[in-house]
Design a protein around this ligand. Structure first.
Ligand code: NAD
Length: 310
């Protein structure tokens, strides 16, 4: 199997090197030839254009900055689509637009090429060490055929669903991470300004109920199951706690935009008469606004996922 790799930057450079360490012979291309220095030294072949990579490869990986770069590499003059053979596959490891990967998927399918979106998560260290999640959307058989290559780059390789599913998972994850960071900055500055030394504050909160849990695991207890009764912790009590924190922030003069938004959201839920339900019940309001059916994932299926990953 001939393997092509385009985009040898922070992430792609290390992922391509890990393919080589697994014994895979690569044909590589980047806007800047010097990005390929270590790969060429390790035996890779240089190609002058994306099209030349495609012509030489049965499967191509791309790791490019943003949607316009992926579009240019795919559809530009001497682009990938001009060279890919019927029966070949293209995995886009970039964080890309769902609409673009679906549009490119349709064009590829017409030419007998399987495009799979396969964004990654783990940062530069993960790309280098192989402690990397790869979330794949697209044809299951093409995924299975190339899984050994994905396993050479990441230790958490998952087929998520049809084309676009990998990108949706990635955007869900990164939007959560970024929004959580905004909230953490807000509450942490409140704690420091109210009088606790930063290291002591961090040391304390990381040992609390939220601190001990993996960020997304706790969604499984209530939100994913759609189960808020009986409560583990009554909603009116967490509403009281957030009211106290918002009041403290006002006393010490720290703006808490996100926490006050959360408090307004929670007050709306309280006014539904949900004070005796579980502390996470305000999450139900967003299901209504999003226009999705109430979540009701069977507990056994949630447990199976948690046990699989340890
Ligand atoms: P980067 O800018 O370091 O690397 C991109 C590479 O693509 C560069 O070497 C660049 O020269 C090359 N390139 C750009 N346009 C090209 C073109 N038209 N033809 C050929 N080569 C081209 O970016 P990165 O940090 O490696 O990120 C790559 C992708 O991975 C992005 O979509 C990013 O969002 C995603 N990602 C990044 C991280 C991270 O922590 N850096 C983590 C997860 C996912």
């Amino acid at each position: 199997m001939q393997v092509g790799f385009i985009g040898l930057g922070t992430m792609g450079g290390s992922m391509a090197a890990n393919l080589q360490k697994a014994g895979v012979a690569l044909v590589v291309h980047d806007l800047h030839r010097q990005a390929a220095g270590r790969h060429l030294a390790a035996g890779a072949t240089w190609a002058d254009t994306p099209r030349a990579v495609a012509e030489a490869a049965d499967v191509v990986f791309t790791s490019l900055p943003a949607p316009p770069d992926v579009e240019a590499v795919a559809t530009g003059a001497d682009g990938l689509l001009g060279g890919m053979r019927t029966g070949s596959a293209w995995f886009d490891l970039s964080t890309n637009s769902v609409a673009l990967v679906r549009a490119l998927h349709a064009r590829c399918a017409a030419a007998g090429v399987a495009l799979l979106d396969a964004p990654v998560s783990g940062g530069p260290h993960g790309a280098a060490s192989g402690r990397l999640a790869i979330w794949v959307g697209g044809d299951r058989a093409a995924f299975d055929r190339h899984k050994h290559l994905l396993d050479a780059m990441g230790d958490r390789v998952r087929h998520i669903g049809p084309i676009g599913a990998g990108s949706i998972a990635k955007l869900t994850h990164n939007a959560a991470g970024a929004a959580i960071n905004v909230v953490l900055a807000e509450v942490f500055t409140m704690g420091v300004k109210a009088g606790v030394e930063p290291l002591a504050l961090w040391d304390a909160i990381r040992q609390g109920a939220t601190g001990r849990n993996r960020t997304f695991d706790r969604m499984g207890d209530h939100f994913l199951q759609g189960s808020y009764d009986p409560p583990d912790f009554a909603f009116r009590l967490i509403h009281k706690d957030v009211s106290l924190a918002a009041a403290l922030a006002r006393e010490v003069g720290v703006p808490m935009r996100m926490v006050n938004l959360a408090l307004a959201e929670m007050t709306e839920a309280l006014n539904r008469g949900w004070g005796g339900r579980d502390s996470r019940v305000s999450m139900k309001l967003q299901e209504e606004r999003a226009g999705i059916p109430p979540l009701a994932v069977p507990p056994a299926e949630i447990k199976a996922v948690l046990e699989r990953d340890g």
